[in-house]
Design a protein around this ligand. Structure first.
Ligand SMILES: [Zn+2]
Length: 358
């Protein structure tokens, strides 16, 4: 062997791989809050209690507010089978969240409600059948497939908040550049430097949305769920993991082990929560939702959340649900398609999950 680190004139064969150090950490299973491998309910409960507070801190979420947020509404628009209301609510003293509220016609009493969380694109309008120019469309379009409207048509009140960095909540130069140019990049890096990760700020806005829904007489406060796709799936995941008022969740085109997706290719900066891997992989976070009903929706050909990574994450998660005797509360819909909402199974599933009083 020619190589000798103490001899001048030997052969250097080092490969300087900048990620090797991180990969070694990842492979070393350093997760502080790895899901329990026990069927003991007491250990699961103590794990949930121990994990949630550090997770809130990772997301830099403020203490929960005891009172519902102040909100203002515009006159409703009456459409076939439902009303659409534009409202703005204060999620924090300096933060106003625009949102669509969809209310089905002919409600006979307090109804179930869903928070619909959009991903990248043109913001909340894309969930309720509105084109970028404000015109109404007649058929679902785009990767969101108007899923807020689809849920409303199944009898659920739907709150679709506009996430920070999208739609109306963008910087002027991004608004001028076109309807889908987000302000994620600047907002995410500002957030990291300020210790307020953008993902956490979005989750905080959604959690205040639960407070808002619970304050509405039209809503049955015990029957609130959440559905999100892509980056909205990330927000839905963390919101449901933290807040047990969310009784059921649908996570679409997002749930995938980090190694196969957000660590494997270039994703928007808003996907990265500093320090999370020290605590958990994605399936550990999702295990906080158990034993509440959870549906994972994934396309066979999603290029940015590959199916093999989805199934690997699902396998871990299924084990966590099974250990808690709740395997039947976890479901998945793998549909033939790409990075998009399907709804073929999830809309009816969510309606059912919010139907009973059990
Ligand atoms: Zn983003």
């Amino acid at each position: 062997m020619d190589r000798n680190e103490n001899t001048i004139g030997g052969t250097l064969d080092s490969q300087f791989r900048p990620l090797a150090w991180y990969e070694a950490l990842y492979a070393g299973e350093v997760r502080r809050f790895a899901s329990p491998t026990t069927a003991d309910p007491a250990l699961w409960e103590s794990w949930r209690v121990a994990f949630r507070e550090p997770l809130r801190q990772r997301l830099a979420l403020p203490a929960s507010e005891p009172s519902p947020p102040v909100f203002t509404v515009a006159p409703p628009t009456t459409l076939a089978g439902y009303r659409r209301v534009y409202l703005e609510y204060a999620s924090a003293p300096d933060t106003i969240v625009p949102a669509w509220l969809l209310i089905p016609d002919d409600l006979t009493g307090p109804a179930p409600a869903v928070i619909a969380v959009h991903g990248h694109g043109s913001g909340m309008d894309d969930l309720v059948g509105l084109n970028a120019d404000g015109s109404e469309r007649t058929e679902p379009q785009g990767y969101h497939q108007d899923f807020a409207l689809a849920l409303c048509r199944r009898g659920m009140i739907v709150l679709a908040p506009e996430l920070r960095g999208f739609g109306r909540r963008r910087e002027p130069q991004d608004q001028a550049a076109g309807p889908t140019n987000s302000s994620c990049h600047a907002a995410a890096w500002w957030g990291i430097l300020l210790g307020k990760p953008l993902l956490g700020s979005r989750v905080g806005d959604v959690l205040r949305g639960i407070d808002l829904l619970q304050s509405l007489p039209e809503v049955d406060a015990r029957r609130i769920g959440i559905m999100g796709g892509s980056g909205g799936g990330a927000v839905a995941l963390f919101a449901a993991a933290l807040d047990q008022r969310l009784r059921a969740a649908v996570i679409s085109n997002y749930f995938c082990i980090f190694k196969a997706s957000i660590l494997a290719m270039q994703h928007c900066a808003c996907n990265y929560l500093p320090g999370l891997l020290q605590d958990a992989e994605i399936y550990d976070v999702a295990a906080l939702i158990a034993p509440r009903p959870l549906l994972i929706e994934a396309g066979t050909d999603d290029p940015i959340f590959p199916l093999h990574g989805v199934l690997a994450a699902y396998e871990h998660l299924h084990e966590s649900y099974a250990l808690q005797g709740a395997a039947r509360q976890l479901d998945r819909d793998v549909f033939v398609g790409g990075h998009q909402i399907s709804g073929a199974h999830s809309y009816a599933w969510l309606a059912r999950a919010l139907q009973s009083d059990s």
